[in-house]
Each structure stands twice: as C-alpha cells, then as structure tokens.
Design a binder for this molecule. Structure first.
Ligand code: ADP
Ligand code: G6P
Length: 452
C-alpha cells in the first residue's frame, strides 16, 4: 500500500494530544494509530502576512509527517471565518437564516483551495492515495487535478449535508458540486447525508451512486475506556466527586457552537427544575463548552446569550449551598474529561444538527459496566441511528428534554445496564480505526477499477 496523504484545514498539534480540536482532529488522530506511512497536510493554526505561497513546516512523529502552512489574515478571514464558517457551516447545519453570503468570500475560498493544491502537489509521490477532509476543502480535488495530479482522491465530510432544496440557496452551489465530481469517492456520516449529497450531485450530472457512501466515524473505545478508568482515580475527579456530596451529576461537553443546541438544552434543564422540583438542591449540571471560532460574529453573540441564560437560571433556582449549573468555557485535558464522563450519571447531548457527535460515543466508552450512566441524545445527531438505545429526544422540545432527564435520573440500574450494553457494542463495532480502513479500502478499489 502506498503512502496515505491526509488533507484537512485543522491539523492537531502532535505535541498536544490532550488539547481538543473538535471531532475531525480527534477521530482522525485515533484512526492513524497503525503503521501506515502518512503525510498530514493542513493549516498550522497561525496567521502570517505574505505575498507568496507559504513553505510548509515539516514535523515527523512516528509514521506521521505533519506538513503545515500559515494563512494570511485576508485568507483566514475570507476562507475560514467567512466562507467556511459563516456560510457553509450554517447552511450544512440547516440554518439558512444564519448564512451570510458574499461573493468575495467565495472567491477567497477558491483561492485558498488552489493555494493548498499548489503547495501540496510538489510533496506528492507516485503511489500516494489522498484523503481530503471536510467542508473547508470541497474544491481541492479539482484544483489538484488541474495541476495534473492523477492519484486516487477521496473526500470525507464530517458535518451534515442538506437536501438540494436547501443547498441550492447557496449562490455558487452548482460550481461547488461540479468541483466535487473530481473525487473518486465521497464519504459522509449517515444514510440521510448520503441521499442528500447524491441528490445534489445527480443534479450536476454525476451518474454513479456508488461514489457516495455513508461511513460513520467512531472513536478508539478501548483506549478511551482505559483513560476513563485511570482518570477516575485522579485528583480532578476526586475533587469534582467530593464537591457533589454523593448527589447526581449531569454532564454536557460541546464546542461553544449554535449547532449544539446549548440554549435549548438549558431551557430543557430549567423545565426539569420547574416540573420536577424533587431534584432541587440535589442534581448538578456541569456544562463544559470551550470557546470556538470566537472571531465569527454569530459565535460571539451565542456566548453572550448563554452567559445571560445561565445567569438567569442560576439566579432563579440556586440555593446558598447549591448551584444548578456549573459552566466552563475553557478546554479541559482529554483524560480528565474521560474521568468526568465516568463520574456523570447522565450525559446530555442535544445538538440541533450534528455530523456525528463523538462526545456521545466517548460517554458510552467511559462508563463503568457495573453501574453505567444514561445517555440523553438528540435524534438529529448523526450518532442517533447507531445509538438508538439512548434516550432519544427532539432537541427543540424543552419538555421532552426535561422528561428524558427525569427518566435518566430515576432509571433503575438493570435498565441502565441493558441499554448501555447495546450502546457499548455499537461503539465497539465501528471505531475510528475501522472507519478509516473501510473508507480507504473502498477508495483503493476505485483505483483498481479505473486502471483495470
Ligand atoms: P465537533 O466535532 O462538532 O466539535 P464532536 O462531539 O464530534 O463535535 O467532537 C468534539 C471532540 O472534542 C470530542 O472528542 C470531545 O471530547 C472534544 N472536546 C470537546 N470539548 C472539549 C473540552 N472542553 N475539553 C477537551 N476535549 C473536548
Ligand atoms: C468540526 C468540524 C471540523 C473542525 C472542528 C473544530 O468538528 O467538522 O472540521 O475542525 O469542528 O472547529 P475549528 O473551526 O476550530 O477547526
């Protein structure tokens, strides 16, 4: 097998395995724990003024060489903040009202994709197989093909893909879809996404439906469950446990993003306190929500709104010795997080839309099999079809969230165990490793078919 070349906007810092970077970086890093020789190309996370193409910095760790480049402030704004995160992100999460289109941003997005292709092409070797990730880089394969690259190129979309009736609201929708035809294989998280994308690509004249596949990403459940067991004995979990005085804990862990349904979730928790007052002074809800994309307007507004909502709920319900919501906007170490999941009686994962949602899978992996917690999960998360033994809720329905929380907090151990065993089997069946292997096998097959 030739070398694997991964391209993504966000590249994890190999020296900081403990820092969160979102589902893409976490899932891919877990998938790369084999012995496959890999080049991982993407943005360094830095901005530098420049008037020529950047020279990539190379950094090798084990079998993976990281090749990263900075962006100029203009590129960062047009390509990352604006077209990727203020146009494509809301559109793909079914939030057309938040899409803030400007043609100049589309042009900058195309420009940066072409620049990525120009800098990457000289690093490629004849037997490479290329795997591009996520919405920042939809046009990359076409840009590489224009430079004469003939290697197989696959694409994986980590976020949802909407139906044509919605996607066509994007002014350059057809140009973008047309460029996507340059991929040999496109993977998405769910059957629903696959149908939607296929519907769009068919409009653009693609004829072979087998080039779009649903291939859900997973985690590394064995190592995550070990981390949770170790962290459970550590000082952070001990401090959290002592602060709870044997009372139940609900946990939420999400980037501070409007797609995660945080505002709606807090309303659900408020409804729990209103309709089930027996939980007053007992239950604690810990929400960890590290700030994300803070330069994008909509994210700044959300942060202010959440500060207000949490302040209001705590002000209304707190007692002098009880705070209903504890709220952290700093990231915490992954291992500590694993221990917190294990301690929590309930995980509250209620995105309004989510490509997959790895937090739901991590919570399951972290549980103690003898006394597992309960998962309350949005039926609109990509993880829901696999994790349908969770307590599924509609994230827009605060009363449904309250009822599911009450059920979770009062559920008998036998029922928790029954559900958890099924969920745990699911996350052990499709892991980060099997996801990458399955996708790459299918991509390799496309090479054989086109050669032979
Ligand atoms: P998204 O990719 O949209 O951020 P996911 O749930 O798929 O959503 O992935 C988020 C990843 O980031 C998970 O692996 C989660 O553990 C990690 N993460 C999120 N918040 C934190 C945090 N505060 N500290 C550490 N890791 C975090
Ligand atoms: C989601 C996206 C990723 C992205 C991550 C974090 O998981 O699918 O592509 O890397 O969020 O967002 P950021 O903008 O910080 O890279």
């Amino acid at each position: 097998m030739g070398r694997l070349v991964i391209v993504s906007n966000r590249v994890p810092d190999p020296r900081e395995r403990n820092k969160p970077a979102g589902g893409l970086a976490v899932g891919l890093a877990d998938a790369l724990r084999g012995d496959q020789s890999t080049l991982w190309f993407g943005w360094s996370g830095r901005q530098v003024e420049a008037d020529a193409d950047p020279v990539p910095s190379l950094d090798t760790h084990g079998t993976v060489t990281y090749a990263t480049i900075p962006l100029t402030p203009t590129q960062h704004r047009g390509y990352y903040q604006r077209f990727s995160n203020a146009i494509l992100w809301p559109l793909c999460h079914y939030r057309l009202g938040l899409m803030d289109y400007a043609r100049a941003d589309w042009q900058q997005y195309l420009e940066v994709n072409r620049m990525f292709a120009r800098v990457l092409a000289p690093l490629l070797k004849p037997d490479d197989i290329i795997w591009v990730h996520d919405y920042h880089l939809f046009p990359l394969a076409q840009a590489l093909r224009e430079l004469g690259v003939t290697a197989p190129i696959g694409f994986f979309l980590h976020i949802p893909f909407p139906p044509w009736s919605l996607f066509r609201a994007l002014p350059p929708a057809t140009a973008l879809l047309d460029d996507m035809k340059a991929y040999d294989l496109i993977g998405v998280q769910t059957e629903e996404d696959a149908q939607n994308l296929w519907e769009c690509l068919r409009v653009e004249g693609m004829t072979d439906p087998s080039r779009v596949v649903a291939c859900p990403i997973g985690i590394d459940p064995v190592s995550f469950s070990e981390e949770a067991r170790d962290a459970f004995e550590g000082p952070e979990v001990r401090r959290l446990r002592e602060s709870l005085h044997d009372e139940p804990l609900i946990i939420g862990v999400d980037r501070l993003d409007y797609s995660k349904g945080l505002e709606e979730r807090f309303h659900g928790y408020e409804k729990l306190l209103i309709r089930y007052p027996e939980h007053h002074r007992h239950v604690t809800y810990l929400q960890v929500a590290p700030v994300s994309r803070g330069e994008v307007e909509e994210y700044r507004l959300l942060r202010r709104q959440l500060d207000e909502t949490i302040g209001r709920i705590n002000g209304a319900f707190a007692a002098y010795d009880w705070t209903p919501i504890r709220y952290l906007t700093r990231p915490i170490a992954r291992q500590t997080l694993a221990g917190f999941y294990r301690l929590a009686d309930v995980a509250l994962v209620t995105p309004l839309r989510d490509g997959m949602n790895l937090v739901a899978k991590e919570y399951v992996a972290a549980q103690n099999p003898d006394n597992p917690g309960a998962l309350v999960l949005s039926h609109l998360a990509g993880a829901a079809p696999e994790l349908d033994e969770a307590l599924l809720v509609n994230p827009h329905d605060s009363d449904a969230i309250a009822d599911a929380l009450h059920l979770a907090l009062t559920m008998k151990k036998e029922e928790r165990k029954r559900r958890w065993n099924i969920l745990n089997n699911e996350i052990r069946n499709t892991t980060a490793g099997s996801w990458a292997r399955d996708f790459l096998k299918a991509l390799n097959r496309t090479r054989k078919t086109s050669v032979g």
